[in-house]
Design a protein around this ligand. Structure first.
Ligand code: SF4
Length: 694
């Protein structure tokens, strides 16, 4: 890809990195993509972008792309390049054979938050309609599944409440466990603009992220909590709001469930939740916490934005619930400037969850146990849908080790690198008899695969992504698929090879099927998206042009439900051998495990993962800035360079996870969220010691 010249034509499409969902004009000379220009009519970005969307698309042309299907009988054999027909027939025969030998629930799928809504819909349809089970899960399992649970239980739907425009009306913004400057840069710019206009900021994060103090911005409060104590902090804020009479009683009386509120009040009033009572646990000075709670409750329109620092904990779902409670207590729901807003990491986390990727939910967050919901799909698909929820990713791996789960179709997700407890993932994959990896590049997971099906980039297909504000954006084909087929076509070919009568000729037909089966999407069509540019679900008869803001007159579940948020300490404990707590994040120029950003051909993308360590902790260990250090936990160890900084508190260290060499997930534990199994990536007890290098 070259970055020059006068374009001959352009195609408007959507960035495939983060959940902001910026629109771009992809400019071409002939068939050559020469430039990505932020699209000024894009409703999520209005002509703005960050470096990733603007420049990091070179991976589409990288020589590492695998363009021919490959198969092998055993994972210790070399790959054999074959034609598409042979690869698909090989895969279909293996998967059908496994079901004959071990039962229909012995195989499953993993969908990807990187792929389009239409592709994700088809992959879960493959599991439910062709495999005949609900063994479908998504990589959102390891990021925002607690959002699905927490917001579903309290408000009735798994989605952010506001559009991005809403922040322009906020008076107080609380950012919890998120670093928008690096993770969601275009939204961060809008937030910073509002802060420069005078809105107040509360940051709840173990690390002094950029927002705490940057150009013309200074947070009113930085609650630098000890990793793993989110629930205690959020509950203490609620305690202050309740005990100091800062609640919005009219909102609660009108909009919330009486019985759940009474139970919650009894719980939250207890003195054991007072900021003073949890100060030594959380490390947050009680006076700061009290002032922050008062500011959020009485500072005008209060908005909460949160990220993986909330969800990737053993109590991730409890913290999401606690945040939802805070917003209801203070009446900060249902108008511009307020709300509860998960900042989604990947481009289509929202969409992959909407499309029924979870093993207990059909599209639109409807439980598989509902005969009415199953009936909608059964009538259309002409199959009987399994009424038992299927296996989550960790359960698939457990079952594989135990010998009952034998085959996996994994689209657009490198579970061996991105899921916790690498050794267990490897053991699970090694125990399977057929692993089909459908991806752009060979990766860690494909080392255990028997079939490799080449994937397509976002530039090579039509479809839609749904961003963090529920905005459905069109993805438009900029160039022909380099490996002949777009991902949705490959899934269809696999389904056909297994005997299914699928005959989609364009992703718009898949969207029509989504609309026909999913009430919150019933008004969505490619025609509407062409006409409106984008639309925010729910889009149906009740809101034909979509809904920028949710829960305006009532919650989706009717009355908002308060839920008690008892703090339970993680089982991961520091001690003499592992006295420090490791938490993780990402940098602006890199993206997740770096499969794409490391292949952009631009040296700027190759910054290494560093270990941030406080000067006191570094001095105690004889570590100088830039030294190699050994980072060890109970699970494993790795080597990386130290960066000495007071951004982290004493006792806390921090790193990113962009490079496979660093293997941060060798370090992390296998603890997970109690409700959803989302891994506890953000709390690991570690030791740091000098090293001579890798
Ligand atoms: Fe892409 Fe997110 Fe950057 Fe926008 S902010 S260009 S969606 S990575």
């Amino acid at each position: 890809v070259i970055e020059m010249g006068t374009p001959e034509r352009s195609v408007v499409t959507t960035c495939a990195y983060c959940g902001v969902g910026c629109s771009f004009k992809a400019e071409l000379q002939g068939d050559q993509l020469v430039r990505m220009v932020p699209y000024k009519h894009g409703k999520a970005n209005r002509g703005h972008s960050c470096v990733k969307g603007r420049f990091a698309y070179g991976y589409a042309e990288h020589s590492d792309r695998i363009l021919s299907p490959m198969i092998r009988d055993r994972i210790d054999e070399p790959w054999r390049e074959v034609g598409w027909d042979e690869a698909l027939s090989f895969a279909a025969t293996k998967m059908r054979g496994l079901q004959e030998d071990y039962g229909r629930r012995s195989i499953g799928v993993i969908t990807s938050s990187r792929c389009t809504n239409e592709e994700t819909f088809l992959v879960q349809k493959l599991a439910r309609g062709v495999f005949g089970n609900n063994n479908t899960d998504t990589c959102a399992r390891v990021c925002h599944s607690p959002t699905g649970y927490g917001l579903g239980q309290t408000y009735g739907t798994s989605a952010g409440t506001q559009d991005f425009d809403s922040v322009e009306h906020s008076d107080v913004v609380m950012v919890i466990g998120a670093n928008p400057t690096d993770g969601h840069p275009v939204f961060a710019s809008r937030l910073k603009k509002r802060l420069r206009q005078g809105a107040k900021l509360i940051v709840v994060d173990p690390r002094r992220i950029d927002l705490v103090r940057s150009a013309h911005i200074e947070a009113s409060h930085h609650l630098a909590l000890r990793p793993g104590t989110n629930v205690a902090v959020v509950t203490a804020m609620a305690h202050v709001i309740v005990n100091e009479g800062l609640t919005d009683d009219a909102f609660i009386a009108e909009r919330c469930d009486d019985a759940s509120f009474a139970d919650y009040m009894e719980f939250v009033r207890d003195p054991r939740h007072a900021p003073e009572a949890v100060e030594s646990l959380t490390g947050v000075p009680a006076a700061d916490l009290r002032q922050a709670a008062r500011l959020y409750a009485k500072g005008g329109n209060g908005a909460i934005y949160y990220g993986l620092g909330v969800t990737e904990h053993s109590q991730g779902s409890t913290t999401v619930i606690g945040i939802a409670n805070l917003a209801m207590l203070t009446g900060n729901i249902g108008r511009a400037g307020v709300g509860v807003n998960p900042l989604r990491g990947q481009n289509n986390v929202q969409g992959s969850c909407d499309m029924g990727s979870f093993p207990h939910e059909l599209p639109g967050y409807r439980h598989v146990k509902s005969p009415e919901t199953r009936g909608i799909f059964e009538r259309l698909w002409g199959v009987e849908i399994d009424h038992e929820p299927g296996l989550r990713i960790p359960n698939m791996l457990d079952a594989a080790v135990e010998g009952t789960f034998k085959g996996l179709y994994c689209q657009g997700e490198d579970i061996l690198q991105s899921d916790p407890d690498t050794k267990h993932v490897a053991a699970g994959l090694a125990a399977m008899e057929c692993v089909i990896v459908h991806d752009l590049f060979l990766n860690e997971t494909s080392n255990y695969a028997h079939v490799f099906l080449p994937g397509s980039t976002f530039l090579e297909k039509d479809g839609t992504f749904t961003n963090a504000e529920r905005r459905i954006n069109r993805v438009r084909k900029v160039m022909a698929p380099k490996a002949r087929y777009a991902d949705w076509e490959v899934t269809q070919l696999l389904a056909q090879a297994m005997g299914a009568d699928w005959n989609y000729t364009h992703p718009s037909q898949i969207m029509d099927e989504i609309a026909a089966t999913t009430p919150s999407f019933s008004g969505v069509s490619y025609e509407k998206l062409e006409e409106m540019g984008s639309v925010q679900w729910p889009c149906n008869d009740a809101s034909p042009d979509g809904m920028p803001m949710m829960h305006v007159d009532g919650f989706v579940r009717g009355k908002g439900r308060f839920i008690v948020t008892e703090y339970v300490a993680t089982d991961e404990r520091t001690g003499p051998r592992f006295p420090l707590l490791l938490t993780t994040g990402r940098i602006l120029s890199q993206y997740n495990v770096g499969a794409q950003t490391r292949r952009t051909g631009n040296i700027a993308w190759h910054a290494e993962d560093l270990l941030e360590i406080h000067p006191h902790d570094a001095e105690n260990r004889g570590v100088n800035d830039g030294d190699f250090v050994r980072l060890a936990s109970r699970s494993g160890e790795t080597t990386l360079r130290a960066k000495i900084t007071d951004r982290v508190s004493p006792g806390v260290v921090y790193t990113t996870f962009h490079h496979p060499d660093t293997q941060a997930n060798v370090i992390t534990t296998d603890y997970s969220d109690w409700a959803t199994n989302c891994p506890e990536y953000k709390v690991t007890a570690v030791q740091v010691s000098p090293s001579n290098g890798p």
